[in-house]
Write a protein that binds this ligand. Structure first.
Ligand code: DGJ
Length: 329
């Protein structure tokens, strides 16, 4: 009798734990559609969590080589709500759409000023301008106004990303000097301008940099410069963001599973954190059909690893992920 009661208790606990699990499926290699049925156009971007929503900023490549900047939001990485075209050709800036275009817009929140700030690659059609652009808004979905455009500290700057550290210090990192180096620019407190530059990976010709700070280590994934064609992604680590970076080592397969890095997303849950590689599967010359690919980052013996999954599952509340066992289907 006692034994049966104990077994029942265990069963109840197991059921309770199961009930608290909420797995949602991430699907790669397909076009995502928004709640209106339109293809999600948000390439080369990043995610920012605000409350219980994740906001996705990115290039709107629908029908244009001069992308507008779109913002979507989601609570489950399946349902995509179109929020707004937050930066628009000819509207947000007079040069945008004519002598300038935007690539790789990245969104961050400044705790000190309470503003949402976008840094992006601000370019001429032939990539000769090599500039950056900064936009700001009081609310995540805009309206955004232009704060500044130009070469950060006079340095030629192309492919780019932002990184906000745990202490709120923000950086703009970009491919500098005709795709030769990576420039790590420390930003001013208001995130409006670059105040110093550290040259990283001198002469290594890296682009598409994406940084994460996990534990006591900084990780940077980047690609080589091969236009829209995929290439071998590489990973480097350091205990200090501005110096001491390791050599670049291969990560993933030789074409980064047909992607190019755009950002690293961290999902913090009650029981852990999931780190996600977000990449673009560029479909040149049909860029509007480019796919956003999300892969769980794994750690083996302290080393970051990347494997490809068409589908995988994440529990956003608990901060857990798992593969889907397709062998049983
Ligand atoms: C690779 C870059 O990462 C993209 O953002 C874009 O600039 C293409 N090159 C253009 O060829």
């Amino acid at each position: 009798m006692k034994k049966t009661f104990f077994t029942l208790q265990l069963l109840c606990i197991a059921l309770l734990v199961k009930a608290q699990e909420q797995w949602t499926t991430i699907r790669n290699g397909i076009e995502w559609t928004d709640t209106e049925g339109y293809i999600v156009q948000a390439h080369g971007g990043n995610f920012l969590q605000v409350g219980d929503r994740w906001y996705l900023i990115g290039e709107d490549r629908a029908g244009s080589w001069r992308p507008d900047v779109n913002l979507y939001s989601t609570t489950d990485f399946n349902t995509w709500r179109f929020e707004a075209k937050i930066i628009e050709n000819y509207v947000t800036h007079p040069d945008l759409g004519s002598s300038r275009m935007i690539e790789r817009p990245k969104l961050m929140y400044n705790e000190k000023t309470g503003k949402f700030v976008v840094w992006c690659h601000w370019e001429a059609g032939n990539y000769s301008a090599s500039e950056a652009g900064v936009f700001e808004s009081d609310s995540v979905a805009g309206p955004y106004h232009c704060v500044w455009t130009g070469r950060p500290l006079g340095t030629k700057s192309r492919d780019c990303n932002i990184f906000v550290d745990n202490d709120g210090a923000a950086y703009f990192i970009s491919t500098t000097e005709e795709n030769t180096n990576l420039g790590l620019f420390r930003l001013s407190e208001d995130y409006h301008s670059a105040v110093s530059e550290t040259v990283l990976f001198k002469g290594e010709r890296r682009e598409a940099p994406a940084i994460a700070h996990i534990g006591d280590t900084y990780y940077m994934i980047s690609s080589a410069c091969t236009g829209w064609d995929p290439n071998q992604a590489k990973i480097a680590t350091s205990k200090n963001i501005a110096e001491g970076w390791s050599n670049l080592e291969n990560i993933g397969d030789r074409i980064a599973y047909d992607t190019q890095s755009s950002s690293i997303l961290t999902i913090n849950g009650t029981e852990g954190a999931v780190y996600i590689y977000v990449g673009d599967r560029w479909m040149d010359p049909d860029l509007p059909r480019s796919k956003i690919i999300m892969l769980p980052i794994e750690f083996e013996n302290g080393k970051m690893e990347l494997r490809y999954f068409d589908t995988w599952e994440i529990d956003l509340q608990r901060g857990k992920w798992r593969t889907i066992d397709t062998s049983k289907k």
